[in-house]
Design a protein around this ligand. Structure first.
Ligand code: HEM
Length: 445
C-alpha cells in the first residue's frame, strides 16, 4: 500500500514517537494475507518489538514477537488490555458473546460457561464424536473402494460443524435440521466473512431463539448439552443468563468451535499425508487403542495416544488457526522497557512466534517429536495456539478430543497420500486455512 506524502509524514511522527523500530509508511494491519506476509518480512527486519504507523492516522500499532512481552500482555497485565481491532469483523457476527465481550460482563459469562467445558462435563460428547467419525469413515470407504480422491477440508468442516451443533443442542439437533437442511451449513458453504454473510448469519439467531423457547417450555432442566448448561447457569448473585445473552453465546460457540477445528484438521491431513513416516508411526499407535476407550474418554489419558497428541500439537504450531491475536491497551503502562500509551493496538501472532528461530529448532520442519524434548520451546509463550491467560480458548479440551478421535478413527482404517506437490497455499483471514482444499488419495488398510 502506498501512503500519500502527507499521511506518510504524519505517520512517521507517530512511529518515531513510540521510540520503537519499524517502517515509516502506514499499513492497515488486519487478519488478511497481505498483513501476514508483511509481518513476517518486518519481523526479520525489525525484530521482536516494533511499531507500524496506523493507516487512519491514530496511534502506531505495536507488534509483539517476544514471548515474555506476549506473556505480559496476555497473562500478567491481561486486565489492562481489551480485545483489539483485529476482532472488529468478529464483533459484527457475535454480538456481545464471550469472544468479544469485556470486563465484568465477560468475567460473569466466562464463569457461567466454564463448567460446561470441564473434561468431566465433556465426557458426554465423546461417544457422539466417535459416532460422527465412524460415519465419515464409511464415506471415506466408498471413496477408497472407488479408487477416487477426497477433499479433506470440506469433510473436516462438515464434521466439526455437526459436532459443535450436537454438543450445543443435544437431542434438539434433529429440530435444527428439520426438513433435511442444516441452516448452519452456510458456515461451510460460504467462505467469506463479509457483511452479506453477517446478515445471513444474524437471521439464524431467530432459529436458535426458537429452539431455546421450545426447550424452556418442554424440559428446561436437561443439562447434558451446552444449551442445558447455559440455561441452568447462575451468576454469583443467583441470576440466570438473559435469553439474548444465551443466543449470543450459542452463536459464539458455533463460530469459534467450528472453523478453527476444521482448519487444524485440514492442515493435519496435509502434514500427515505428506510425511509417510509420521503416518506409519501414528497408525502403529492408534492400532493399539481400543475403540471403547475413544468412546468413553476420547483417548485423553496421558500416554494412550501420546504420539498422536504430539502430531496435533505440531500441526497447531505450524498452522495455528487463530494466527493473529489483537489487544488494545486500556491505560498508559510499561511494556518491556517502553511505555505503551492507552489506546494503542497490540498485535501478537502465534504464527510468527511459533516459527521464531530464537525459540524453536529448525522451525519450518514438521517434527512432532520436538514436543517430547524438554528444551523446546525455549519459552512457554512461544507456543500459544489457544492463546494464554484469562482469555485463552475455552474449547481447548473439546478441540483436542475432536482432533485426536478424528485422526485415530480414520488412520485405523485408511492410509492417506497427499496429491499436491508443494505446501498448500494458505488463506489468512480471521482463521488460517488452506486456500484451495486438501486433496488426498485414500488406501483402505
Ligand atoms: C483447534 C481448535 C481451536 C483453536 C486453535 C482455538 C483458538 C482460540 C484462540 C487463539 C482464542 C483466543 C482468541 C483471542 O484471544 O483473541 C480462542 C478463544 C475462544 N475459543 Fe477457541 N479455538 C479452537 C476451538 C474452539 C472450540 C471447539 C470452541 C468451543 C466450542 C472454542 C471456543 C472459544 C471461545 C468461546 C473463545 C473466547 C474465550 C474468551 O474470550 O473468554 N474454541 N480460541
Amino acid at each position: 500500500m502506498t501512503p500519500t506524502s502527507e499521511s506518510s509524514a504524519c505517520n512517521e511522527d507517530h512511529a518515531t514517537a513510540t521510540g520503537l523500530p519499524g517502517p515509516s509508511a502506514a499499513f492497515p494491519i488486519a487478519p488478511d494475507d497481505a498483513s501476514r506476509r508483511q509481518l513476517m518480512a518486518w519481523q526479520s527486519e525489525y525484530g521482536d518489538l516494533f511499531a507500524v504507523p496506523s493507516s487512519n492516522g491514530g496511534l502506531a500499532h505495536w507488534i509483539v514477537n517476544d514471548p515474555a512481552l506476549a506473556q505480559q500482555v496476555l497473562v500478567r497485565q491481561a486486565g489492562s488490555y481489551a480485545k483489539g481491532m483485529g476482532l472488529d469483523r468478529v464483533r459484527l457476527l457475535l454480538g456481545n458473546g464471550i469472544m468479544v465481550s469485556e470486563s465484568d460482563f465477560w468475567a460473569r459469562q466466562r464463569r457461567m460457561l466454564q463448567p460446561a467445558f470441564r473434561p468431566r462435563a465433556l465426557s458426554d460428547v465423546n461417544a457422539m464424536i466417535l459416532e460422527e467419525n465412524m460415519a465419515l469413515a464409511e464415506r471415506w470407504k466408498d471413496a477408497a473402494d472407488g479408487g477416487g480422491s477426497i477433499e479433506a477440508e470440506s469433510h473436516a468442516s462438515e464434521l466439526t460443524l455437526v459436532i459443535v451443533l450436537k454438543s450445543i443442542f443435544g437431542t434438539d439437533y434433529p429440530r435444527l435440521v428439520e426438513g433435511g437442511a442444516n441452516p448452519f451449513a452456510l458456515l461451510t458453504e460460504e467462505p467469506e466473512r463479509n457483511l452479506r454473510f453477517a446478515a445471513r448469519f444474524h437471521r439464524l439467531k431467530q432459529t436458535v431463539d426458537a429452539i431455546i423457547g421450545r426447550r424452556l417450555a418442554e424440559r428446561p432442566h436437561e443439562s447434558f448439552d451446552f444449551l442445558g448448561h447455559l440455561l441452568a447457569a447462575r451468576s454469583r448473585d443467583g441470576d440466570p443468563m438473559s435469553r439474548s445473552a444465551i443466543v449470543d453465546e450459542v452463536m459464539t460457540l458455533i463460530v469459534a468451535g467450528h472453523e478453527t477445528t476444521a482448519s487444524a484438521l485440514a492442515f493435519a491431513w496435509y502434514l500427515i499425508a505428506s510425511h509417510p513416516e509420521v503416518c506409519a508411526r501414528m497408525q502403529s499407535e492408534v492400532d493399539t487403542v481400543d475403540e471403547s476407550l475413544l468412546r468413553e474418554t476420547g483417548g485423553a489419558e496421558r500416554e494412550t495416544l501420546a504420539y498422536t497428541d504430539r502430531v496435533v500439537a505440531e500441526v497447531l504450531r505450524l498452522y495455528p488457526p487463530g494466527w493473529l491475536l489483537s489487544r488494545r491497551a486500556l491505560v498508559d503502562q510499561p511494556l518491556g522497557d517502553h511505555l505503551i500509551p492507552a489506546g494503542t493496538q497490540v498485535f501478537i501472532s502465534p504464527y510468527l512466534l511459533q516459527r521464531h528461530p530464537g525459540y524453536w529448532r529448525a522451525p519450518a520442519r514438521f517434527d512432532p517429536d520436538r514436543f517430547a524434548r524438554e528444551d523446546e520451546p525455549r519459552h512457554r509463550l512461544a507456543y500459544l495456539p489457544f492463546a494464554a491467560g484469562p482469555r485463552h480458548c475455552i474449547g481447548e479440551h473439546l478441540a483436542a478430543t475432536e482432533m485426536r478421535v478424528h485422526l485415530a478413527t480414520l488412520l485405523r482404517r485408511f492410509t492417506p497420500t497427499w496429491l499436491g506437490d508443494d505446501e498448500p497455499a494458505i488463506e489468512s483471514a480471521i482463521n488460517l486455512r488452506p486456500a484451495s482444499g486438501i486433496y488426498l488419495q485414500l488406501t483402505a488398510r
